[in-house]
Design a protein around this ligand. Structure first.
Ligand code: ZN
Ligand code: ZN
Ligand code: ZN
Length: 390
């Protein structure tokens, strides 16, 4: 497979299903009901929007896997790679059918044929709508339900070679977007206008969807998840740019803080330069700490120690990172309390920040992958402070 292919081979889905069922055995799940969303995409390759119509991949621990879909989705479901490869059969229902009862019935048959105990829980995907959860609880009274993420997390947080390739392609496209914006012009434009340009560029650079485009100019940069507003960007202020989208389903997410000098080449206050250097140092140290076996919380601790020793600890108000893949925020989280060890193939952000209310903020974010010998950094755009003239 070449480096720029956006395709995941069909056989991969069969491998994922096998791994899923092994984990189900270890965790003693009777079945998983996976609704439309990232877990379903991971297992089947099916891309869709959750709706009021129940759409479930029903995975009993043993026996055939059923993809239960409304009649109008049959054609689409049949072309999902997992189905195409013969690992799941499509089970359609009509508009007038009781779909939850049909799913309950399917499970009862599987259990009868395998003698599985009724006390074993059923895993429901995290993104399932409450209406479907309540319907299934009513259709299977007395049954214990748990989060399917107990199983899915183990699978999804370690990326295979295809996923790693797509994350790298998404990161490179996000980097080109940052470079394009940092080339200016920015002075006199509104945050909202720049945000629209970011979204356009994300698509032009190869994303399927532009997901977010934070433009926090001047004091707005002190709010980490600031939404772009009609505020006009002026010379002599900083901007926090945090942007991302998805490419073949895989997310990008990168942040750069830039300096708008304007034609008069206004220099930043010394404190801004100091904080920028501190955040950059924290980002570099945390990245260097990445290695297999290191507890996830250690990555946060390293960044936090650096910023605290510089005197700005109380202004670093969020965890240092989050896992990334089919979702922009997913396991593993780099946060105090998460003692789970990093493993080769895990992908996550390293994004320390310092936010001074009413003044400005600085954040620098790269996506990294844990490799056998340390971190592989997917974002390659420069971490030097960029100075925009216009
Ligand atoms: Zn964020
Ligand atoms: Zn971000
Ligand atoms: Zn992030």
């Amino acid at each position: 497979m070449n480096e720029t292919s956006r395709n995941i081979p069909d056989q991969r889905y069969g491998e994922r299903l096998t791994a899923c069922r092994q984990t189900m055995v270890e965790r003693e799940f009777a079945a998983l009901f996976i609704g439309v969303g990232p877990d379903l995409r991971y297992l089947t390759g099916f891309v869709g929007e959750a709706t009021e119509r129940l759409t479930f991949l029903v995975i009993p621990r043993e026996g055939p896997v059923s993809f239960v879909v409304p009649r109008l989705e049959v054609e689409k479901a049949s072309t999902a790679p997992l189905v195409r490869a013969g690992h799941a059969e499509v089970t359609p229902f009509e508009e007038t059918d009781d779909a939850p009862a049909l799913v309950a019935d399917l499970l009862a048959h599987r259990q009868l044929s395998t003698g599985r105990a009724a006390w074993e829980p059923i895993g429901l995907s995290d993104r399932l709508w409450a209406m479907h959860v309540l319907q299934m609880q009513a259709a299977l009274p007395g049954r214990k339900f748990e989060r399917a993420s107990v199983v899915m997390r183990d699978l999804r947080q370690v990326k295979d070679a295809d996923e790693a390739r797509l994350l790298a392609l998404a990161a490179a496209a996000a980097d080109r977007t940052v470079d394009g914006i940092a080339a200016g012009p920015l002075v006199g434009r509104t945050e909202a206008d720049v945000s629209r340009e970011i979204r356009r560029r994300l698509i032009d650079e190869g994303h399927d969807l532009a997901d977010f485009a934070i433009v926090g100019s001047g004091p707005n940069g002190a709010s980490p998840h600031h939404d772009a507003t009609e505020r006009t960007i002026a010379a002599g202020e900083s901007i926090v740019l945090d942007l991302g989208g998805t490419l073949a389903g895989y997310a990008s997410d990168t942040t750069r803080t830039i300096w708008v000098a304007g034609e008069d080449s206004i220099a930043p206050q010394p404190e801004f330069g100091l904080v920028y250097a501190l955040v950059r140092d924290a980002q570099a140290r945390a990245t260097s700490a990445v290695a297999p076996g290191v507890p996830a919380e250690q990555i946060d601790a390293v960044a936090r120690a650096t910023i605290t020793s510089g005197g700005y600890g109380e202004f670093f108000t969020h965890r240092v990172g989050h896992g990334i893949g089919l979702e922009v925020h997913e396991d593993p989280y780099m946060v105090a309390g998460n003692t789970a060890p990093l493993a080769p193939g895990m992908a996550f952000s390293v994004e320390p920040g310092v936010y001074l209310p009413g003044r400005w903020g600085v954040r620098l974010e790269n996506i990294v992958m844990c490799a056998p010998d340390g971190a592989t950094v997917l974002n390659r755009s420069s971490l030097d402070l960029r100075v925009v003239r216009g």
